[in-house]
Design a protein around this ligand. Sequence first.
Ligand code: TXA
Ligand code: MG
Length: 339
Amino acid sequence: MSDPTNRDLAQAVRLLQAGELVAFPTETVYGLGADAANPEAVAKIFAAKGRPADHPLIVHLAGAGHLDQWARDIPQQAWDLAEAFWPGPLTLILKRAPGVPKAVTGGQDTVGVRVPAHPLALALLRAYAQAGGGRNGLCGIAAPSANRFGRISPTDAGHVRAELGDAVTLVLDGGPCHVGIESTIVDLSRDGMPPRLLRPGHITPEQIERVIGEMPELPDTMKSAGVPRVSGSLDAHYAPRTPMRLVAKQGLAQAVEELQRTKRRYSLLMHSDLSLPSAHSHCQLPDAPDGYARGLYAALRELDQAGGDVILVEAIPENPEWDAVADRLRRATCGSGME
Ligand code: TXA
Ligand code: MG
């Protein structure tokens, strides 16, 4: 990692103000940033990612003080969560303020906002705000994860270059991401309805409940443990090109035997100490959810590139602490094997 200098930051700010793309690290994953108030700049994000334009983006802010520029009718719960978790890996869905372009909200009347905790992301956001921000003086950087649509999210600067190449003008290198999976998303935009968890992440529903005194509604996939029966009901996402299968620890030996019988090479992603014969490649992640999450995407990327026929993933514990990781593994499995 080469430490970005003030010159890099100044260049990043200039590029953003000129409507160009800048990739930057956050504590979760790397983001592909553009001036959130400039629809043409936001359109470049969708083009670079190959992402459908009706998908809303998260707007990154230097601090909760900028929230009024982007959201209206902000409920007290939002201020309380911002106070408790920002800067940090929590995205709030709120009603969109009048001046926010629909390009950034996927045409919806709501907007996703967060203040990231990575020092380089914060330095960029503060420098951007100090320089007057983007179009109409609005200070927000729209940034989805800096990967091609549906693919594995990047957790270091090299991954971003491998994913997007020349499509991004500047990649700020802040080293590997500490959290490793995307932010928790909570929807607070529904009048008279309870908060709803849209995406599990490092910040848990219980932590949210402790701040707002109310448990957010959980997505169906988190209500019942285990792999959902209809995998098509999940969005494919975070996916390697190599077909990927989740197998319980006690079923792995048999799965390997079958693959060997049909002369297929397998890669193995595990978190226990296992000794299985002749894996083509393997990665071992920590046997605890935070450490596992931190290394997950780099491991999937490495195993995908290793060129085996199948990636076998040792199933993780069915326990709420593992919900965020379980969500990423299910979606990755569901989308794997497609070009
Ligand atoms: O950790 C993160 O959140 C990373 C870093 C870069 O900040 N960003 C990220 O962005 O994961 P992306 O675009 O890959 O995922 C954004 C998610 C999508 O699932 C999108 O549907 C949801 O946020 N989202 C954004 N705005 C929304 C809105 N107004 N209503 C509902 N969902 C929204
Ligand atoms: Mg993404």
